[in-house]
Design a binder for this molecule. Structure first.
Ligand SMILES: Cc1ncc(COP(=O)(O)OP(=O)(O)O)c(N)n1
Ligand SMILES: Cc1nc(C(=O)O)sc1CCOP(=O)(O)O
Ligand SMILES: [Mg+2]
Length: 557
């Protein structure tokens, strides 16, 4: 509370992304924290009773924040309640502006009570004038007046992104926003929105009743909606007749992406639209790119539907699903704020038990030295170790990596990754298929796939991988019978890949530079085994390689 005798902490973001508001008159000090991976490091400035700010060293975690502007669903499957659960499941704070209160259950909507416009405005002001909101997500906007109020507030309090779910008709077929609101969407919200996520009926309504019956119609609709001023469009094809897959079309103004996932057979689909949009907002708030946010959101919804396909709540035709089931069944706290940052691939250290034995290093000592020397990601590639020992070694390495904010991946062994709650896995073309690994690990974990061709890179992307490893760039003795693709092969794969790439195979201090100099932006770094682990002093060798990579990267820029 403000006032005499009270001490108040005001947290300020140090790295202020584009569009973020900054409080006036308070200076910013950078507190560097590698653990706080989304860089929203904060400092506290204590406002004493006399109002004069004094700095303290206290640093806090800035939880990414989504504000949802939507209607309440008494059955809690959709609306504000779904948004809150989705954001909680994605580790994001969610504040709420309630636009309408609906009496609703699994049968349908029994009543709607629209909140007076003045009071919607008051809620918006309360949140936006006080809290640091990263992303606003909209759901049910029942009147054009409310759309206008939202538009005014977003102009006054700009946020980093606006996600618009143009809710018009409930899944039960009840009207939640009449045709008069369409004008508000077209004139005010779409030109401001970073993404709009209509289903087929909503896309059709926004496009004056145009018929959308096929994937090809969805593609045209996405382009037409983009022409209305919105930066990205996701047309959801859940209602597409005769489709075995759930097909969505994503258009970013340049590329059209067909995002397919398997259709989960369940009655519990109430609230999937709200959840998807909230998940997109949550991922954007955490710093993801739009395509990445959409892919994670789709994967989250698919996983949540799958996990809750047998639950039974209510007696109507459409039940809610459980957003937190995945969390409950996998109740680890990963301690990582951001799931994957491609720049983590910069210096990728891959362990080898033979080399560690040769030099008398334990796995965890070797990993510690690599991380201290500047490794930005670690993979445990232990081909000849008992599973029990592997899990134990992985747990100790995880502690080391977490302390340095470095992700730890497990090679080949999804079971070991799950057992120790590693940050992800790396798998090859003959290991478990990437889409199966994704289904087992859920949307949070990092998945890397070895690829030697553009086709494999495309498959990895479709399967939901986060990055690809491409090699052998040079001949290597570490992996038997490995095909060398060379620098040219690496470049071809990088150019074709929609995912970030790390180069691997025979890379060392003396030849790393030409790899980084191939000049393709999605080549993010090199993965090495012998260059650092086949040595007495892993720390020194890692430092040397880090220096070479840093120099080469600076030269390329
Ligand atoms: C980063 C990275 N890239 C490629 C590989 C090779 O994986 P894979 O083809 O499955 O071969 P093994 O390493 O399992 O022998 C990798 N491990 N890491
Ligand atoms: C594990 C691995 N995968 C490769 C691939 O081409 O996919 S090459 C490789 C071995 C890399 O070891 P070093 O750095 O000692 O050459
Ligand atoms: Mg493998």
């Amino acid at each position: 509370m403000w006032g005499e005798g009270f001490s108040l902490n005001i947290a300020l973001c140090v790295s202020v992304p584009q569009g973020f508001r900054q409080s006036k008159g308070l200076s910013l000090l950078l507190v560097n924290s590698r653990i706080n991976r989304n860089k929203h490091t904060r400092i506290f400035m204590e406002m004493q009773g006399n109002g004069s700010p004094t700095t303290s060293n206290q640093s806090t975690i800035n939880i990414p924040h989504v504000l949802t502007v939507a209607g309440s669903d008494s059955g809690a499957g959709a609306g504000i309640q779904a948004d809150l659960k989705a954001c909680a499941a994605r580790g994001v704070y969610c504040s709420t502006v309630i636009t309408a209160v609906t009496a609703q259950n699994t049968v349908g909507v029994q009543g709607v009570n629209v909140v007076p416009e003045d009071f919607v405005a008051e809620q918006m002001k309360s949140v936006l004038s006080d809290m640091h909101v990263d992303v606003v997500k909209t759901g049910m906007l029942p009147s054009i007046g409310i759309v206008k109020i939202l538009h005014q507030h977003l102009r006054e309090y700009p946020v980093r992104a606006l996600v618009v779910d143009p809710v018009m008709v409930s899944t039960s077929g009840d009207v939640l926003a009449g045709p008069s609101v369409l004008a508000g969407f077209r004139e005010d919200l779409l030109p401001m929105a970073d993404i709009i996520t209509p289903n087929l009926k909503e896309a059709s309504a926004l496009l004056d009743g145009v018929k959308i019956k096929t994937v090809s119609d969805m593609r045209s609709a996405a382009k037409l909606l983009h022409d209305m001023g919105v930066r990205n469009v996701l047309v959801k094809g859940g209602d597409l007749p005769d489709s075995l897959d759930a097909v969505d079309i994503f258009f970013d103004g340049e590329h059209l992406y067909e995002l397919r996932s398997s259709r989960i057979k369940t009655r519990n689909t109430h609230g999937t639209g709200c959840t998807l949009a909230s998940c997109i907002a949550a991922e954007l708030a955490k710093g993801a790119s739009m395509l990445e946010a959409v892919k994670v959101a789709k994967c989250f919804v698919e996983t949540a539907l799958d996990y809750s396909k047998e639950i039974f709540i209510g007696n109507g035709p459409q039940g809610p699903f459980d957003h937190l089931m995945k969390l409950k069944s996998n109740a680890h706290n990963s301690g990582r704020q951001v799931r994957f940052n491609p720049s983590d691939l910069f210096l990728y250290a891959v362990t080898d038990s033979g080399m560690n034995r040769r030099w008398g290093h334990s796995i965890s000592d070797a990993v510690k030295a690599a991380v201290q020397g500047g490794a930005t990601i670690v993979q445990l590639r232990e081909k000849d170790i008992d599973t029990r020992d592997f899990v134990e070694a992985a747990k100790s390495c995880l502690q080391i990596c977490r302390a340095h904010g470095v992700p730890l991946l497990i090679n080949d062994r999804i079971d070991v990754a799950l057992a120790c709650d590693a940050d992800g896995v790396h798998i090859g073309q003959s290991d478990m298929p990437a889409h199966t690994a994704r289904a087992l690990l859920g949307p949070e974990k990092i998945i890397g796939v070895s690829c030697k061709t553009p086709e494999q890179a495309e498959q990895a992307w479709i399967a939901g991988a986060d990055y690809i490893g491409c090699g052998g760039v040079y001949p290597t003795n570490t992996k038997a019978n490995n095909l060398t693709v060379g620098l040219d092969g690496l470049k071809t794969v990088c150019l074709a890949s929609k995912l970030p790439v790390v180069a691997i195979g025979g890379i060392k201090v003396s030849n790393a530079r030409p790899v980084m100099e191939i000049g393709v932006p999605n080549l993010k770094g090199v993965a090495v085994v012998s260059a650092i682990f086949d040595s007495e002093c892993v720390l020194t060798e890692t430092r040397k390689l880090h220096a070479v990579l840093t120099e080469a990267t600076a030269a390329v820029k």
